[in-house]
Design a protein around this ligand. Sequence first.
Ligand code: MN
Length: 498
Amino acid sequence: MKAAKNYKFWFCAGSQDLYGDAVLANVAAHTKEMVEGLNKSGLLPFEVVWKPTLLTNELIRKTFNEANIDDECAGVIVWCHTFSPAKSWIIGLKELRKPLLHFLTQYNEEIPYDEIDMDFMNENQAAHGDREWGHIVTRMGIERKLIAGYWTDANVQARIGSWQRTAVGVVESSHIRVMRIADNMRNVAVTEGDKVEAQIKFGWEVDAYPVNEIAEAVGAVSESDTNALVDEYYDKYQILLEGRDAKEFRDKVAVQAQIEIGFERFLEEKNYQAIVTHFGDLGALKQLPGLAIQRLMEKGYGFGAEGDWKVAAMVRLMKVMTQGMKDAKGTSMLEDYTYNLVPGKEGILQAHMLEICPSIADGPISIKEQPLSMGDREDPARLVFTSKEGSGIACSLIDLGTRFRLIINAVDCIKNEKPMPKLPVATNFWVPQPNLYTGLEAWILAGGAHHTAFSYDLTVEQMVDWAEAMGIEAVVIDKNTDIRTFKNELRWNAAVYR
Ligand code: MN
């Protein structure tokens, strides 16, 4: 995977100088102990760093501006050990540009009934301090995450870990650069969008390159480099000749190996992390990039088919958000293709003409060659597999003309009921929540696309938080969705987001 930075999160306790040095020494010591406890929990993917207690307007402003310019700082966690007058935070909060978490917790878990006196209360008054601090953040309209619970609780620690991934998604969004090879497919609406507005909202740079520039980079890849990669493919994947000539088959696979190397070199040289292609505009490329794109996605590049740059950026973003996750099950572009409407077996077969990321594969992966019904090139080699079972989220970012909407559907992936020996593409089969028909009606009402950015490893909450941080509408279709409420939500949202 193309590595994101070695991100860290700053942990700042808020207080004031009213309490005297002894209390402030305790505040600092307790905060250090909490930081250490969070880091040792093993539930946070990124390190938490202790910062000196924030007491004054000047120090808060200075600390937050240091967070702004520190490339490795992906967010600030604020905890109110004592009461911290919130006017002291206004300038600092106004200038903070990093994701913000208000951690609603307390050093002690239980009220020490036998010992408690006013000194103890003054030192441990998070319930008091949280309200003062939360008020100013709400009044200023600043997006922040709230996580409430005791700091040693594993569920609470896991929620902080989950938010860290969202925060990295927010920070990394501004580094995503999408290379467009050819324009969006002619006459298709949902893959289009306002690239300038996407850069304003998300930070994405979306640039076009003539297909033959990248085809030249492919042509420049040596035979020996290509053959070495083909050998790797033959070691790693099953080869399904299906009566084809072995030598010819290998030559066609080599075309994809050359594309993989050439594309990756071109993307690296020009610093892009995502790419789109279009089967109708292949220039000097001999095949539609299939296997090559599948492998690049597995390495962490974003991809969107038929010029779909929004999906390419979302796939990249979601891959970054899941980076380094233990037991990750995978993230890919997918496309809604065909329904199964048999009662009790309802669902949607997900596939694409070629380009599904093998990170979501379950079981063996094979290489096949088949003619493509669209385009006018030789039969492309592709990886074929079925996908893992389990819950996931399908995301569609659409441009409504004046604004963006992110649609998030919680889905349950199950095994295909039967093998599909004649289908020469990778597949996934899912049941949208709350069920196929309600999920489908809600998706279409919201304007969701056929291409999605799908992940087993991210949650609805993470993507909603990301959308909120970006200042765009997010709608969720999950087990709580009913159509009447959902329609009203869309109407109300139309009044809020304009
Ligand atoms: Mn498509």
